[in-house]
Design a binder for this molecule. Structure first.
Ligand code: AMP
Length: 318
């Protein structure tokens, strides 16, 4: 790990222009790791051009905004991608126009794209990896309050406020370190957990209508019409994904969110059974207990739910 960290720092020092990407449909960890790193590099190397790029930040503008970068800027540049397991999920496909590519991530390393790869699947979040990286070189890399806020926000986001199993004592150590910087953590926590009235109503719908079988397999379908009735857009469904986990006896669940094109984006979560193999079978992937996939129609939705049921049954029997 230390060798890769040192190799990444050496590349950062070599390049005049560094462009940082993250995954599509960003969450707080994607933005936190991406822009947190950008802020640290700006502070540490004021003479370099450091950019953060990618599509819309969908309701997370309070964390960070993206920058516009011309195609020419990629010439001879170093590109770093954070929090993104697979190349097709990288937001802004120009990521491969640079001279050198570095992947920094905490998902299973299914696709080791990049000339240098720093993957730590034991980290709670990619923000934790970025914080580790910077803290490993205190003489050369400077964390600012803005960077600490972003990284802390990423950790809080990906650990569900330090609740999910990927949270370790090291996660707390890093978080404690970040909290030493001068940013308003209570305000950030409120921003991260704030939901709109529409999402509050949708939450009620999810609690009331989730289907749960005897083995703890949960399923709820959110159709286009339903989302329109609630006045909720796809990105806002992130706020309801973890809710079924609070219900007793719910073990693993899928939230099937219908997209404008008709197919379903599948958001899978688990409190025990490993669900990322299932996700991979359905054009997705992710962590053992938090994955995403796609279902082309209701038949595939039913198939996926059946597979969740089987996983729950097997888990209960072992
Ligand atoms: P989500 O339900 O979108 O919050 O996704 C949960 C996790 O699954 C994320 O950490 C993603 O890395 C992963 N994931 C979601 N969708 C996909 C996909 N289509 N392909 C690969 N991984 C995905």
């Amino acid at each position: 790990m230390q060798e890769i960290q040192a190799a990444i720092l050496a590349e950062i020092k070599k390049y005049q222009t560094i462009i940082i990407h993250r995954h599509m449909r960003p969450d707080p960890d994607a933005l936190g790791s991406q822009v947190g790193l950008a802020e640290i590099l700006r502070q540490s190397f004021p003479e370099k051009n450091i950019y953060q790029v990618g599509g819309s930040v969908e309701g997370l503008n309070y964390l960070a905004e993206m920058q516009t970068v011309a195609d020419e800027s990629y010439q001879g540049a170093l590109v770093i991608v954070t929090d993104t397991a697979n190349a097709p999920r990288i937001s802004d496909e120009r990521y491969n126009l640079g001279e050198k590519l570095i992947k920094i991530d905490h998902h299973p390393n299914d696709e080791p794209y990049g000339d240098l790869v720093l993957v730590n699947t034991h980290a709670s979040s990619c923000s934790e990896i970025i914080a580790d990286f910077c803290l490993a070189f205190p003489e050369e890399l400077t964390i600012t309050a803005a960077a600490a806020r972003l990284l802390y926000g990423g950790i809080v986001g990906d650990t569900g406020r330090f609740l999910y199993p990927a949270t370790t004592s090291h996660t707390f150590e890093i978080s404690a370190e970040l909290l030493k910087y001068d940013f308003d953590a209570p305000k950030l926590n409120r921003q991260l957990e704030q939901i709109s009235r529409s999402v509050a109503k949708l939450s009620g719908y999810v609690y009331q209508n989730i289907e749960v079988d005897k083995k703890g397999a949960g399923k709820i379908i959110l159709t286009k019409e339903l989302l329109a009735d609630f006045g909720v857009v796809d990105s806002e469904t992130a706020a309801v994904v973890s809710l079924p986990g609070q219900i007793e006896n719910v073990l693993a669940w899928g939230i099937f969110v219908q997209q404008a094109e008709g197919y379903y984006r599948v958001r899978l979560r688990s409190k025990g059974p490993v669900i990322n193999q299932l996700a991979k079978k359905h054009h997705g992937g992710g962590h053992p207990l938090a994955s995403g996939a796609n279902a082309k129609d209701l038949a595939e939705v039913a198939e996926i739910y059946q597979e969740i049921q089987t996983l729950c049954q097997e888990y209960q029997e072992n």
